[in-house]
Design a protein around this ligand. Structure first.
Ligand code: MG
Length: 334
């Protein structure tokens, strides 16, 4: 839609529940989000669900800038929740979203975000069934909470505590892209790096379709691969040994990280997973992931070992501990 007045902005009235709120609903949210469940406009969504186990997850998105190379806060808010669900072996089905809008946000920006969310949700096969909007004073900012739910098909047992010595540790692609993108925008550095934000449920389903047995999966987000591996190692009371030489990092991100003194091991992604599989499935899993659009640069990066924590075999052949990340490397990347 082209707004008659490009300067149309969110005001406190849009959060009042009155005619301005109604206008927001009719002109921005309904055209993009409509589906038979939402269209009933009841106080709560009615869902019919099969018997079985479900995964449910919630996340709040406060990234700045709102738009960046390769994505935006809307796309991120759908991918983040979809990816958390599919890491448990679930098939994402339904989601809710809550918007917090700061006074002064332009309709044009909000519409771009909503359109992006709707397109991403459609692509990932998840339905938005309930939502809420609040307006607060501020400087035109926008924050989104999403909550999602999905059924875990019978027989899937993906848990952080499943790691056992000998298991293979794979990553589904190059590290640090999202982190480097957001930092580049913040620092006004021009480069070709793009965020990897993407929904990974298709890739996860392909693993199960191929009769592989992922034991644990995590999306590599804030804190990077180093942090995710620490979490898994701790849950399983095991250690993880990774090889520096095998870590997939693009030359652009490697160069960017070196200039800024960052370690790609701690840089966040928004479209990559760690996948732990039994050692005997490693080659089949790797080639299957690489056959997927979102997994072309997947790599086998290490193995679960006896012990605790994360160790890195360096390029020179030595071994060093990878400490857990202390503090936050970069706030508001997601
Ligand atoms: Mg996660």
């Amino acid at each position: 839609m082209v707004w008659k007045d490009e300067k149309m902005k969110i005001t406190m009235a849009h959060g009042s529940g009155g005619t301005a709120s109604h206008q927001l609903m009719e002109e921005i949210f309904a055209p993009y989000f409509h589906n038979p469940i939402l269209d009933l406009r009841e106080d709560a969504a009615i869902l019919s669900m099969e018997k079985g186990n479900y995964a449910m997850s919630t996340d709040t998105f406060v990234v700045t800038p709102l738009f960046y190379s390769g994505g935006d806060i809307g796309k991120l808010s759908v991918c983040g929740t979809v990816n958390d669900l599919c890491c448990m072996g679930a098939r994402p089905q339904y989601m809710t979203c809550g918007f917090i809008l700061e006074e002064g946000l332009s309709f044009e920006v909000l519409e771009r975000v909503v359109k992006s969310m709707a397109g991403t949700a459609k692509g990932a096969g998840i339905r938005l069934v309930a939502g809420d909007t609040k307006v607060i004073d501020g400087q035109g900012g926008l924050y989104i909470n999403t909550t999602g739910i999905g059924r875990i098909p019978e027989g899937r047992q993906v848990r952080g505590a499943n790691l056992a010595p000998g298991d293979a540790v794979l990553v589904t692609g190059v590290l640090g892209e999202h982190h480097a993108t957001i930092l580049s925008h913040r620092m006004n550095i021009e480069n070709q790096i793009q965020s990897d934000n993407a929904p990974l449920n298709g890739l996860v389903e392909a693993l199960f379709d191929a009769k592989l047995h992922p034991k644990a999966m995590r999306d590599i987000t804030r804190g990077g691969l180093g942090t995710v591996l620490h979490e898994l190692a701790q849950s399983s009371k095991a250690g993880v040994l990774i090889e520096e030489e095998k870590l997939p990092v693009s030359p652009a991100v490697q160069g960017f990280a070196e200039i800024l003194g960052l370690d790609p091991l701690y840089m966040g992604n928004e479209g990559k997973l760690v996948v732990v599989v039994p050692w005997e499935e490693r080659e089949r899993a790797l080639s299957l992931i690489r056959s997927q659009e979102l997994g072309r640069e997947a790599a086998l990066v290490g193995q679960v070992i006896q012990g605790e924590g994360v160790e890195l075999k360096t390029r020179l052949g030595g071994t060093r501990r990878v400490p857990p990340l202390v503090g936050e490397g970069l706030p508001r990347i997601c």
